[in-house]
Design a protein around this ligand. Structure first.
Ligand code: PAN
Ligand code: ZN
Length: 168
């Protein structure tokens, strides 16, 4: 179904803000030399997450993520990426900018979905997910997830994704 919506203003009260700078995620980039060199000059903000988190089973949490444009050695700015600790799915809705939603199942099979305004993407349970800003402006999207899903960052930090999204 196609829904033509008028320009609208998205508002909500966040109760948690997280800012990820390059120094928080240096190891996630393939080009370690470039990451180190960049950090010697400055520590860019890669993304910020404005979340309204609820607690306990049966509830929903949601968050808007804003990823800045940029790259480290050609690899686009991206989120850390994670599995949910509990096998719960998630919805992503693109709001502004152009990017990719990278999914990967437990066996390492990867899939790329477009992340763009108006596009809803479904993250199936037991799939790691990472958003990547491939454009030259900020990428903004809304994510809606189960409040008790939990975030496992260590699996991706150790093993990474099978695919990296780089400038051509
Ligand atoms: C999103 C992500 C957000 C930031 O709200 O948490 O985009 O990415 P990382 O959590 O990988 O740093 C989500 O998937 N929540 O479950
Ligand atoms: Zn998630």
């Amino acid at each position: 179904m196609d829904l033509q919506l008028d320009d609208f203003r998205l508002t909500f009260e966040e109760n948690k803000k997280t800012v990820r700078k390059l120094s928080d995620m240096k190891d996630f980039y393939a080009d370690q030399r470039m990451a180190t060199r960049t950090l010697q000059l400055y520590d860019p903000t890669i993304y910020a997450v404005y979340a309204h988190e609820s607690e306990g089973p049966g509830n929903l949490s949601y968050a808007v993520t804003v990823i800045n444009p940029g790259d480290i050695g050609g690899e686009y700015y991206m989120t850390k990426g994670h599995f949910h600790t509990k096998p719960t799915a998630e919805l992503y809705l693109g709001l502004e900018g152009e990017g990719i939603l990278l999914l990967q199942d437990r066996k390492g099979k990867a899939k790329k979905l477009p992340l763009q305004p108006g596009k809803i993407s479904y993250v199936p349970k037991d799939h790691a997910h990472r958003a990547i800003n491939t454009g030259d402006s900020q990428l903004k999207f809304l994510a809606i997830y189960s409040s008790d899903s939990g975030h496992d960052y260590s699996t991706i930090k150790e093993k990474g994704f099978e695919e990296r999204v780089k400038k051509k």
